[in-house]
Design a protein around this ligand. Structure first.
Ligand code: ARG
Length: 451
């Protein structure tokens, strides 16, 4: 492609070192679509005849079909997907193919292809996030009223319901979708026409190309356009944060499936056994998800690090943007798919959850609130209940069995009514709190918004 200036062929090792075709082949569809839009603008500019355009379009669609069908011979001598496709086209159609690269560089070409690719994958991931939300929502609907201890510091804190706990993840995934939607705005901008770095003396209609490719607008600085990888970094961050959320969910489920908790049982289809210990049923999917989150973080850091020292404009370092991007997308897609199935098939052990939630200590805060309602300042109420808890621990007498009236004049005979779990949950009616009524209305809200 650059034979004019060179007297020697590229060394084999350099070819192996610099090729990207082994992974950027997956941009082929976007490369073909970008080239067709570019060629159409060349017709408008009087650079190609209608006949030449038709043969370019037909040739490119043929190349696309060959790649799709696995019948295309990729060559590492041609480095990347852009040169592989252009060379195959020229072999097919001759002279017209050699005109295609007018007023274009691989620098604006690769940026265009990558943006088209990211846009498609953002849309696919958004759909998958909705599916996982729906699976969580179905369990939340089923268990809107199933009581569960809520934890802080992994110590029992206050009562909630399974529905409330799982809806927390629906919220997280919704923010993930919003982040992807916001990132998409900056992805969906057309750099084509920025050339190698300074546009071209041959002016093609950039807006026409952008419209044809479904971009919202064209970039406004050629130097920025071809060296900008912010949109990839943002996308990688959005995916890394999805990973954080999936990893936290995984950790909850690992705990819930342990003999110690026993709150949930995963399907045999989504667990694995031990080659040695016959009794084992391991939550490997959760562990793999937690583990793979590390690569999502690594991919983000790899890109940020590759970009940080680069002077304007294009430097070959930027070719390092693709493998992290592709890896994060592949990793997240299968993680979302398998987690969606696993959540849908998960059984909640309602009785075990209920037994754990019946620990009267979960209502110690409610007892302090009772004292506050009787006019005791909260700090004093906290201390009084703390003393009662200490008494309960010392005497091994559950908190709800103590004679509270003997501990302080502020307790009335009605103090023990505090320990009714259903009443305690029902009192949590403020927006965002887990009264069963609230949880049910949140389930209904999500059902409408996810439809
Ligand atoms: N394969 C290259 C990449 O991914 C395409 C752009 C190459 N441009 C260049 N001037 N070498 O970045």
């Amino acid at each position: 492609m650059w034979k004019g200036r060179f007297a020697k062929a590229t060394a084999d090792l350099v070819q192996q070192y610099g090729e990207s075709i082994s992974y950027d082949w997956r941009l082929y569809k976007h490369d073909v679509n970008g080239s067709i839009a570019h060629a159409r603008a060349q017709v408008k500019a009087g650079l190609l005849t209608e006949e030449e355009f038709s043969s370019i379009e037909k040739g490119l669609r043929e190349v696309e079909a060959e790649i799709e069908g696995g019948n295309f011979a990729f060559s590492i001598e041609l480095e990347d997907i852009h040169m592989n496709i252009e060379s195959a086209l020229t072999k097919k159609i001759g002279a017209a193919g050699a005109k295609l690269h007018t007023a274009r560089s691989r620098n604006d070409q690769v940026a265009t292809d990558t943006r088209l690719y990211c846009r498609e994958e953002i849309d696919a991931l958004t759909g998958q996030l909705s599916e996982l939300q729906s699976a969580l929502l179905a369990q939340s609907a089923k268990h809107a009223a199933s009581v569960l201890p809520g934890y802080t510091h992994l110590q029992r804190g206050q009562p909630v319901t399974i529905g409330h706990h799982l809806l927390a993840y629906v919220e997280m995934l919704d923010r993930d979708k919003a982040r992807l939607a916001d990132c998409r705005k900056r992805v969906n901008v057309s750099p084509l026409g920025s050339g190698a770095l300074a546009g071209s003396t041959i002016n093609l209609d950039r807006q026409q190309i952008a419209d044809e490719l479904g971009f919202d607008r064209v970039t406004t600085n050629s130097m920025d356009a071809i060296s900008d990888r912010d949109y990839i970094a943002e996308f990688l961050f959005a995916m890394a944060l999805v990973g954080t959320h999936l990893s936290r969910l995984s950790e909850d489920l690992i705990l819930w499936c342990s003999s110690e908790f026993g709150f949930a049982t995963l399907s045999d289809a989504h667990t694995t056994g031990s080659s040695l210990m016959p009794q084992k049923k391991n939550p490997d999917v959760c562990e793999i998800t937690r583990g793979k989150t590390g690569r999502l973080y690594g991919n983000l850091v790899a890109l940020l690090t590759a970009a940080k020292g680069l002077p304007l404009t294009y430097n070959r370092d930027l070719q390092e943007d693709k493998e992290p991007l592709f890896d994060s997308i592949d990793t997240l897609k299968i993680a979302l798919a398998v987690n969606t199935e696993m959540i849908a098939d998960m059984e909640i052990n309602v009785d075990v959850c209920e037994a754990a939630a019946s620990d009267p200590l979960l209502l110690a805060t409610d007892l302090a609130d009772y004292l506050v309602k009787n006019g005791v300042p909260f700090r004093q109420a906290h201390e009084l209940v703390g003393l009662a808890v200490a008494e309960s621990v010392k005497t091994q007498n559950p908190l709800d069995q103590l004679d509270l009236t003997s501990l302080s004049e502020h307790y009335g005979a009605d103090a023990k009514d505090v320990f009714d779990l259903q009443t305690a949950l029902a009192a949590r009616t403020n927006p965002g709190a887990p009264s069963i009524e609230n949880v049910k209305s949140e389930v209904a809200r999500w059902q409408t918004s996810l439809d």
